[in-house]
Structure formats: structure tokens, C-alpha cells
Design a protein around this ligand. Sequence first.
Ligand code: PGA
Length: 251
Amino acid sequence: MARQILVAGNWKMNGSRDSVKALVEGIKAGLGKVSKSAVTICPSYVFLADVQPMIAGTAIGLGAQNLSTEAAGAFTGEISSAMLKDFACQSVIVGHSERRSLYGEDDALVAKKYAVARAAGLTPILCVGETLEEREKGITEEVVARQLDAVIALEGVAALAEGVIAYEPVWAIGTGMTASPEQAQDVHAFIRGRIAERDAGIADKVQILYGGSVKGSNAAELFSKPDIDGGLIGGASLDAEDFLKICCAAS
Ligand code: PGA
């Protein structure tokens, strides 16, 4: 069975209450044209309560950008999985490269976040990807394998059936330097192959998104590759028209 294309918008730390409402209205207005892709948006925590009722009853899924590994208590500034569930989130991004590089999240912490999300019934969107330096050193596969294996080691391969993987080469994020469809496909195939070594059925089913400067103009070619099952979209998800173009790129 073919895997469904998923397009997830990662709004990062952007927007205001007004601009976020306008963005959601814009996406909703064009949603009728999106026939093949599932669509999810990941606003900042503070906008979840505004966005949730606006998309209730539509096909748009709601995700968060991060979560705490702790359940509750004295963890100033943190947000728990139960809080995300309370605001009707269905998914949550874990291990985005910005969290890894700017906030010191290592593989073990990311794996724990994956586990906590899954235990709460949230779909973790696990981000993996190499830096430019790592690509130039020829260790892309080694890095991606290490990031993936941390989750498998903690949770077992079966846990991947309940999540989504996003391959996001760090050098392509927000830089306008998209990985070529072939470069992305190579890494996606590597990831799927590594999962297949443990469980072919799960490897076949798991959605692997590509992220890093996806735009309306390059999405169709990326999504046409056999192991690319959609995209995690940053910059282009902040404009309803651009985002909808990407959502319509699945053929
Ligand atoms: P970008 O970001 O589309 O702006 O490159 C992607 C991401 O960080 O998820």
C-alpha cells in the first residue's frame, strides 16, 4: 500500500495572534484543493489555544514543536505531553536540529522525548540530519544512523510505527539550499533500509518526510521520489499560498 504524503508546517518562533489567525484562515480557504496530502500545522505553544478551535472539524492536524520529558512539577518554562493533549495536539516535533544545536538536545534526550510523546498518544515527528561539515566529511549516514538508533535502542523498532521521521539536512534548513531530490532520496532510502534490517513491515509503512528549504517550486519533484513521503516545511509554511502549493504537490 502506498504511503500517504504528509505536509507539516513548522512555524517555529513566528507570528502574532492576528497573523496566525490570518494564516490559518488562508490555509483553510485553500484546503479544498488539497486532495492527496495530509496536512498538519505546528504553531508556537502560545497560539495552540487560538488555532485549535479554528481547525476543529477540518482535515488539518495540530502539532507542537517541542515537549518536556517530565510529566509535571517544578520545570519552569517547560510544556508537558499532557498539556499538549489537553490542547488537542496530535503530533509533536522532537529533535529538530535547532533544538539539538541551540539548546543542547542530544540523542538520548531526543529519544526520551520520542518515548514520552508516544506514551501520551502523540505522534512524534523525529528530526534527523547532518551538518554541512558532517556531509563534507562523508559521515551523513553515520550521523543519521546514530540519531535513529538512539530511539530504536530506547523504545524498540516497533515504536517507529507510531511516529514520523523527518530527514532535514542542517545545511538546507532556512538557507534556500535544498538537497537535490536525489541526495534526499539516497538518505531516505538509507533510513528505510536501516529500519528494514530490523523490521521490513515497519520500514515499509513509516512516513519519512524531507525538510530543508522545501518550496512550491521543488516540492513535486521531491515528493515524487519513492522514499520521500512529504515534507516538514519551515519558511514556506508561513505563507498560506506557498504552503498550499506544497500541499498540492503530491501526485
Ligand atoms: P525551512 O525549515 O523550510 O525554512 O528550511 C525546515 C525546518 O526547519 O523544519
